[in-house]
Ligand binder design. Structure first.
Ligand code: SF4
Length: 341
């Protein structure tokens, strides 16, 4: 199915849900402000009602858990996933779910419970071997703790659970030469077919970087990522990250994809969290997403046939604002008209 058809079809809904914006970590580059706590019941009730009202027309529902650290709010995850599973069973919907977690709380009992609810795909970021990782991905109460994350990963790999964990490896000039040290610390985790690797360029996500991080240029990152991909291929392991997918369309440019924050604010993008142009609406406890006029600009890449704006609509909006251009109004797609009050 083409990207265009898939994006505008009424049959798909993607929700990126932040059940809490608190975090047990304070990574040195994190752009979040951690101000909002656990999602209010009125917001989770609204999400349950949204899913129930959309379910009769859906054939695919994707729920991605994000934060803060989403596993700090297991009760919210359980409530919404129970309801999503009920709707999926009733209407024969393919339900996909995953979580972006720092991995600290992903103990085997929690992973077992989450897998039973259909939360089976995980992304865990690792910055390098323990000395590098712990200095950057610090806990709120002090130093980082890669040992706990690795213990959780070993327990997961020793289980027969059906999951897919992507280890997102942050690369900079310091972590690249230490990659073999990281592989040694990961040990048998590397060989597990349920574990894969993705390389990401460590950069400024909205907060000035400390001197202990030495960012790479895009070209240097690609060279390093290709080298490490080859290193993993030699171990029989696939990895990704070096080469951008030209056809990639960001979820934030997709009309049926929404980020729902802990307070019920609806946004399009998880990165520019507090940017005014990202505040596109709110979800009510009645399950209705009420969108405002800012929503249309996230979709401008489609009608302007602008590939860069499809790959990163946030950058395109900032560029348009800087150029003082107003994007043309976009008619709301059919899938959205149903949920706009
Ligand atoms: S684990 Fe994620 S949300 Fe928490 S501090 Fe680190 S980057 Fe921020």
């Amino acid at each position: 199915m083409s990207h265009l058809a898939a994006a505008f079809l009424n049959k798909r809904l993607g929700l990126i849900i932040m059940p809490t914006e608190k975090c047990n970590y304070r990574c040195v580059y994190c752009y979040e402000d951690f101000e909002q706590g656990r999602m209010a019941d009125s917001v989770s009730d609204g999400i349950v009602r949204l899913v129930a009202s959309r379910a009769p027309l859906l054939d695919q529902l994707t729920i991605s858990w994000f934060g803060g650290e989403p596993l700090l709010a297991m009760a919210v995850i359980e409530k919404i996933m129970q309801a999503a599973n009920d709707s999926a069973a009733e209407h024969a919907i393919r339900l996909h779910s995953g979580a972006t977690t720092n991995g600290h709380l992903l103990t085997l009992p929690r992973l077992r419970r989450l897998c039973a609810l259909g939360v089976s795909q995980y992304q865990i970021t690792i910055d390098g071997p323990a000395d590098v990782h712990n200095a950057r991905r610090r806990q709120a109460k002090g130093a980082g703790d890669l040992a706990t994350i690795l213990a959780n990963l070993h327990a997961a790999c020793a289980s027969d659970l059906l999951f897919a964990i992507t280890l997102r490896i942050h690369l900079d000039e310091i972590s690249v030469p230490r990659f073999d040290d990281l592989l040694a610390e990961l040990g048998t985790i590397v060989q597990d077919p349920r574990v894969s690797f993705a390389f990401e360029m460590l950069g400024n996500y909205g907060r000035a970087l400390p001197d202990t991080i030495r960012p790479m240029s895009r070209g240097r990152f690609q060279d390093a990522a290709r080298m490490l991909e080859d290193r993993l291929a030699g171990l029989g392991k696939a990895a990704s990250g070096a080469d951008a997918d030209e056809e990639h369309v960001c979820y934030a440019a997709t009309p049926n994809s929404f980020v729902i924050r802990a307070d019920g604010a609806v946004q399009m993008c998880t990165v520019a969290l507090n940017a005014a142009h990202n505040a596109v609406g709110r979800i009510g406890s009645d399950g209705v997403i009420r969108l405002n006029e800012r929503y249309a600009q996230w979709l401008s890449g489609w009608h302007m046939d602008d590939r860069a704006a499809l790959q990163c609509p946030a950058k395109a909006i900032v560029a348009m604002q800087a150029a003082a251009k107003q994007p043309r109004a976009t008619a709301l797609p059919h899938a959205i008209e149903r949920i706009v009050a």
